[in-house]
Each structure stands twice: as C-alpha cells, then as structure tokens.
Design a protein around this ligand. Structure first.
Ligand code: HSE
Length: 417
C-alpha cells in the first residue's frame, strides 16, 4: 500500500482555533502532519509555543517549498482571501475556517480550485465539530433533500440560552460568550446574524448547488428579540432559536433564509443549548435526521480542521456534486411566511401588506400579531427591522404560493363571491 503523504503545515493565525489546532496535533502524532511555521500579526503577544515557530512574514510560509499545506484561521476576511488564493496558486493545498471570506469570495474560490486542481477544505467554517459539509457533499443526493434547518451560530444560541433559561442579561451573556472564545472579534457579526448567513451561504451550495452571495439571503440576528417575546414563547410552549433554513418548493426552487424562529419542544432544534449547533435534514427515504455537536470553541473547531488535514493525506477534495453533476437549484422569492411581529406602536406595521392576520394581542407597552406575509415584502422593505420591531417565524413558517391561492379561492367561495 502506498504510504501516507507527509503533510508540512504553514499555519496562519494562533488565536482560539490556531492554538487549539497546535495542541490537537501534538496529541495526534500518527497523523504525520507537522506545523513548520506559524504566521501571526502581533509578535509582541506571549504565546504558549516555542518562539522559533512564529513569524510575521507571510512569505516565509507561502514561499517555502517544503510547506505543502496552508491552514488559514485568521479573523480578517480580505487578508485571508489573499493568503488562500496565493497558497493555491503556489501549488499548496488549503484548509480554512474563515466563513466570511469563503462566503464573500465563493465564485473566485470555486474557479481557483478548478484551475489548480488543488483542495480547499473548510469543514470548520460551518457548525464547527459537526461534519455537515462533507455529509451534504458526499451522502445526500440532490433530488432527495427536501429541507435543511440548522442552528449554525454558537454565540447567539449561547446568549439565548443564558438569557432565557439562566436569566442573565444580554450584555453578561455576550461577555461570557466572548470570554469562552465563541464570539467573533466583532460580536456584531454573531448577534446580528452575519456569521450565520455566511455559513448558510456555504451550506446551501453543498446542499443544493446554489452559488450565491450572503447579501442575497434574507437574514437577521437576535438583536431585536425582547423579553416580552420570550414570555409569549413560554406561554405557547415554544423556544426561540436563530434558525437557518432551506426548503425545496414544489416548483423545484429553494426557499432559503436565516431568521429567529419559535420552535416547538418536539423539534430537535429546541434541544440545542448553549454553544451547541444542530442540523435537521429531511430527505425522501431517510425521513428526518438530526446532527448535533459543538458549534464554537477551540477544540471543537480544531477537530474539524484536523479532520480536513487528515483528509488531505488521501487527496480528498470537494467535488461540488450538486453544482457540477446535477442541475443546480435556484433561490426562490415566490413563497409566503407565517410570522409573529411584536412592536410598540401599530402605526409602524403595514397591516394591509399581510395576506391575513391570525392573532392580535395588545398590552399597555408591547403588542404583537401573527400573520401571513409574502417573502418578497420582507426582502423589499425594512419596517420589520426598524422602530424596535421584533420578527420571529412561526414553527412551520413556509407556505407555498399554490397553497395561498387555494386558500384565497376558498375564502372567496365561502363569501359567495
Ligand atoms: N462566532 C462563531 C459562533 C464561531 O459563535 O458560532 C464559530 O464559527
């Protein structure tokens, strides 16, 4: 049998994930993977590793012919893109955890992989320890994948758990998430949903062959959720989660977005607490499957980087089967959502834009309604993000165009029109 390839690694970044990988590799000597050099930004910081391992000069890594793998786990997106592109062009394989960079440069990175024939692996960039990318890529046949719903951001899930179950206030919960190394350097990326939509951009490609930019996916985070929303959730026996979802509609197109959602206690996602992530896949014959694991933190993220490094020993690369071997799906805007909105003043809410309103509740300070609205209305307008308005999806939020037409026809018939 051919002996395993020796992997000599140039590592960019020695933060939560980089240092985690360094420690994990020390505990896996059988892998035949050795970190030769680590490129860091700030040479003055004290590191828990020998000084001679570090440099601040990226060329030392990128121009070293002995280094055949670049592992890139830095924070800044544009420098990360430059490193990854240069590495691939220099004939080096790449493992990256930079979800923002990957999502924003997907088309160029697909092209670079095609041109160079080299691997760019990024399992750690979505759901950290859960092997979701390789599973979507290798296991699920395009036609059978009905839907995928997931909690993909550990920090926001951690904050929601701490606020609503342990009664911490938002700031305390966020600070804890930062101290534990879960949050992004700019925590706005977590809290306002940017990190989740970046991850979702990657996953809708591996699930459905859709290459898109995060700007094209409707999203928000948990920044507008109020204590009164949590009270409503409790009354109705729901949990509030930030859920990324994609569903194949009857016309074959895909509805995809990232929004807060009320989830029933029977939904596997309600079981996902703290920094854990979860993925629920529904497919033709297997029916419902649930993947669960840590979605942030040093070792859980490093475990996914390690698995990618291990896969490189066998020249593993993503084939992008859904994109290149099947007819890729398209995103749809032609569907409806059942939403809950809470607000301070009804004048901020365009009631006439709803197809119908099912529930209406008014307290002295806070009011809410539950109704059905066209997805396009949310794409094209911002009222639901403004004036202290909070939007949360109903547990089964997607209603197809054909269903709405049937319901409308029936109500006209009942009215004798
Ligand atoms: N900030 C990210 C999260 C880290 O909380 O999920 C893991 O990607």
């Amino acid at each position: 049998m051919e002996s395993q390839k020796q992997l000599t690694i140039g590592l960019f970044g020695f933060g939560v994930v980089g240092e985690g990988l360094y420690r994990v590799l020390q505990q896996t000597p059988s892998l035949k993977a050795k970190i030769k050099k680590v490129c860091i930004k700030d040479a003055s910081k004290k590191r828990n590793a020998p000084d001679e391992l570090f440099t601040t000069d990226k060329d030392v890594l990128l121009n070293d012919p002995e280094i055949n793998v670049i592992v890139e786990v830095i924070n800044e997106s544009e420098p990360a893109f430059e490193i990854v592109s240069r590495a691939l062009r220099s004939g080096k394989e790449v493992v990256s955890a930079s979800k923002k960079m990957l999502a924003e440069h997907y088309p160029e990175l697909l092209q670079l992989q095609k041109e160079t024939g080299l691997s760019l692996l990024y399992e750690a960039s979505a759901c950290a320890s859960i092997p979701v990318i390789r599973n979507l890529e290798e296991y699920y046949d395009n036609d059978l994948l009905h839907s995928i719903r997931a909690i993909v951001n550990g920090s926001t899930n951690f904050i929601l758990t701490k606020m609503f179950e342990e009664k911490l206030d938002f700031k305390e919960a966020l600070l804890l998430a930062q101290q534990l190394g879960f949050a992004e350097a700019d925590p706005k990326l977590d809290v306002e949903g940017y990190d989740a939509v970046n991850k979702w951009t990657l996953l809708v490609n591996h699930a459905y062959g859709i290459v898109t930019h995060p700007d094209n996916l409707l999203f928000t985070g948990i920044q507008s959720i109020q204590g009164s929303d949590a009270v409503v959730a409790r009354e109705k026996n729901f949990e509030i989660k930030l859920v990324a979802q994609a569903k194949k509609l009857v016309d074959g197109k895909v509805a995809a977005f990232v929004l807060p959602q009320f989830v029933k206690l029977t939904d596997p996602l309600s079981f996902v607490k703290n920094e854990y992530n979860g993925v629920v896949i529904e497919s033709g014959f297997a029916d419902k499957q649930f993947f669960y694991g840590k979605g942030a933190g040093s070792f859980p993220t490093a475990s996914a980087v390690l698995s990618d490094i291990a896969a490189l020993r066998y020249d593993y690369h993503y084939e992008y089967k859904k994109l290149y071997y099947h007819k890729p799906h398209e995103l749809s805007s032609d569907f409806y959502l059942k939403i809950y909105v809470s607000f301070d003043d009804l004048s901020f809410i365009p009631k006439d834009k709803f197809e119908w309103i099912e529930e209406w509740h008014s307290d002295a300070d806070r009011k809410y309604l539950v109704g059905v609205i066209a997805f396009k209305e949310l794409q094209q307008n911002n009222w639901w993000r403004e004036n202290n308005t909070s939007l949360i999806l109903a547990p089964e939020p997607i209603i197809e165009d054909v269903e709405i037409r049937k319901i409308k026809k029936k109500s006209l018939e009942l009215a004798g029109l």
